[in-house]
Design a protein around this ligand. Structure first.
Ligand code: FAD
Length: 558
């Protein structure tokens, strides 16, 4: 067992393993330390277009063909059919009311569908994390990473020139000296404890408890709510969100029929329930399901594949994400909520940033420069705040579906603008683009303002406001996102059903700083068909990105 290395990474979720592998490809000597073993269950499964763009960029830049192939459902199926996944065509939302079946009022239903891909083969995926994370660990080992599992770490001492990590593996004590330490241990807070980093949670807005499991036998919404008008994609092949009085439920279907489902409960929502979730999560689950008849039908025959679990608080947040000899991956630093599926995309973006930071390290130091680490720290802090504000706004907006659908437009305008910008201007600075509109003078302030306006309506008590107040919010959102609305969002004639709309994009070419002809020329790249697949081991770092360049875009926002 080697007693020293250049980079030690704690935690082998996809973030730790993939970063370890990229650093190994860059010629670093990396040790990856894992408390458990693979395969293992992990939560956090639904990817997004921005996540897949990062995965593609990582694949192309570092010659990781599997990353490129795992970035669309079609390529995933063709190359890795054994790694379990689910088709995710978009984001589906329904509003349910206690003791009433979901009201199918045709196009006037409380239902919102936003497509994230034009068809199945280019679609996003739900990752069955046990399989995906295991895959990335194996690939890291194949790339030369020294992977050690069943490790119990007891301390980390960070000095000016190195880090010393101590622990036990299989009962034998070890000490490892590294030039740099990366904490990818998720919410466990390994480094936070070692460095006594204070929590920053009190300055954040979102709070939720969770009760969740994986299930067999969940029925499709199309079968329990017959006659619902067709949307831009089949409702169930998406990240399905059921908004309820107590919070919301996610339901993610894998291709093999297993469904990952969980209720996120607001403090007010949880307080109103009879059961104590901590004592008996299964009773809490039943109580919630039975209160909503359509959910009761969907889960009537469902059986949990592992014990239903409860966590009273899923949010966490620290006050520092990096120092001179260390950095944290986003999930170790902060987590807000599964709403809007930000976790995987943010984690992959951080891998890109840290990999670039190692690439640009001074040759005699071989660790990221302090100014790059300070930039990383500042970026994660602003981004965590922004995710928190957008999600807190959505929780507030759950009071009424019109408000909720309008707040969702803020999220979708932000991510669709980012996606198109990044597809048009594929270059390494995309990694440093602010996540969720951070650094964008139009989008960044909107999150806080939306939350303020929503709270004025709801009085922080879930009040629905007057129809005028609601209409006012809907109109405000529509105008506020207009300078970035390239996807035809917030359009009442759509009746809350949004396909991927290339016509709207062409029409809005000026918002991208492009002519109509330039957008037409870029359409293959925008459809996700511009990139050449990397060959394993053939990195694009020396040749630059093979995708079209448009210097007007891809502004380095942070
Ligand atoms: C309820 C919920 C739902 C979510 N849904 C989504 C979603 O739909 N989409 C999305 O994009 N994101 C979602 N997320 C976020 C997502 O889970 C995270 O972004 C993702 O798991 C981060 O991966 P990671 O590799 O950084 O960390 P993790 O997956 O947390 O992996 C951490 C690893 O570190 C190991 N470890 C921990 N402590 C130690 C230690 N002391 N020593 C050694 N090893 C250690 C663990 O065993 C584990 O293997 C969700 C999160 C939650 C809580």
């Amino acid at each position: 067992m080697s007693q020293s290395c250049e980079v030690a990474i704690v935690g082998s979720g996809f973030a730790g393993s993939l970063l370890a592998r990229v650093l190994a490809v860059l010629g670093y000597d990396v040790v990856l330390l894992e408390r458990g073993t693979h395969p293992r269950f992990a939560i956090g499964e639904s990817s997004t277009p921005l996540a897949n763009l990062s995965l593609e960029r990582l694949g192309i830049r570092y010659g990781l063909a599997d990353c490129y192939n795992l970035a669309t459902h079609g390529r995933w199926l063709a190359h890795f059919p054994e790694i379990r996944r689910g088709l995710k065509r978009g984001f589906t939302y329904y509003r349910h009311h206690p003791d009433q079946p979901f009201a199918n009022r045709g196009l006037d239903s409380e239902r919102l569908l936003v497509a994230a891909s034009p068809h199945d083969s280019l679609s996003d995926t739900h990752w069955l994390r046990a399989d995906v994370d295991h895959h990335f660990v194996r690939e890291a080992m194949a790339a030369g990473v020294d992977y050690r599992d069943r490790v119990e770490l007891t301390s980390a001492d960070v000095a000016a020139d190195s880090v010393r990590v101590s622990g036990n593996q299989n009962g034998s004590a070890f000490e490892l000296r590294a030039n740099f330490l990366i904490d990818a241990s998720g919410p466990g807070g390994f480094l936070a404890r070692q460095l006594s980093i204070p929590s920053g949670l009190e300055h954040t807005e979102t709070r939720a408890a969770i009760v969740f499991s994986h299930f067999d036998g969940v029925r499709l919404m199309k079968d329990v709510v017959p006659g619902i008008p067709e949307g831009p994609y089949p409702d169930d092949w998406a990240a399905v969100h059921h908004v309820i009085d107590e919070g919301w439920m996610y339901s993610l279907r894998f291709d093999d029929g297993v469904t990952s489902a969980g209720f996120l409960l607001t403090p007010r929502g949880a307080g109103a329930l009879n059961s104590s979730g901590a004592a008996d999560p299964a009773s809490l689950w039943r109580e919630l399901i039975q209160r909503y008849p359509t959910l009761a039908s969907a889960f009537a025959e469902a059986t949990p594949l592992m014990p239903i679990a409860f966590r009273p608080l899923i949010q966490h947040r620290l006050t520092r994400a990096a120092g001179e000899r260390w950095a944290m991956m986003p999930h170790a630093y902060a987590f807000v909520d599964p709403l809007y599926s930000t976790g995987i995309a943010w984690g992959l973006r951080a891998i890109e940033r840290l990999a670039l930071a190692f690439e640009s390290a001074a040759p005699n130091r071989r660790v990221p420069d302090p100014d790059v680490l300070a930039r990383y720290d500042a970026a994660l802090s602003r981004e965590a705040d922004q995710i928190d504000l957008v999600v807190a706004g959505a929780y507030e907006a759950m009071a009424h579906f019109d408000l909720f659908a309008a707040q969702a437009m803020l999220y979708f305008a932000t991510v669709s603008f980012a996606e198109v910008s990044q597809r048009l201007a594929q270059k390494e600075s995309a990694a440093w683009n602010g996540f969720l509109g951070v650094g964008d003078p139009v989008l960044e302030p909107l999150a806080r303002e939306a939350l303020r306006r929503l709270r004025q309506i709801t009085q922080r008590r879930g009040e629905v406001g007057t129809s005028e107040e609601r209409r006012g919010f809907v109109e405000w959102i529509s105008q506020a996102i207009a300078p970035r609305n390239i996807a035809g969002l917030a359009d009442p004639s759509r009746k809350n059903l949004y396909p991927v709309d290339f016509d709207a994009l062409i029409e809005q070419h000026a918002l991208l700083g492009l002519t109509r002809a330039e957008v037409l020329e870029a359409l293959p790249a925008l459809r996700g068909m511009g990139a050449e697949p990397p060959l394993s081991g053939e990195s694009s770092r020396q040749r630059g990105f093979p995708l079209p360049h448009t210097e007007l875009l891809g502004r380095d926002l942070l």
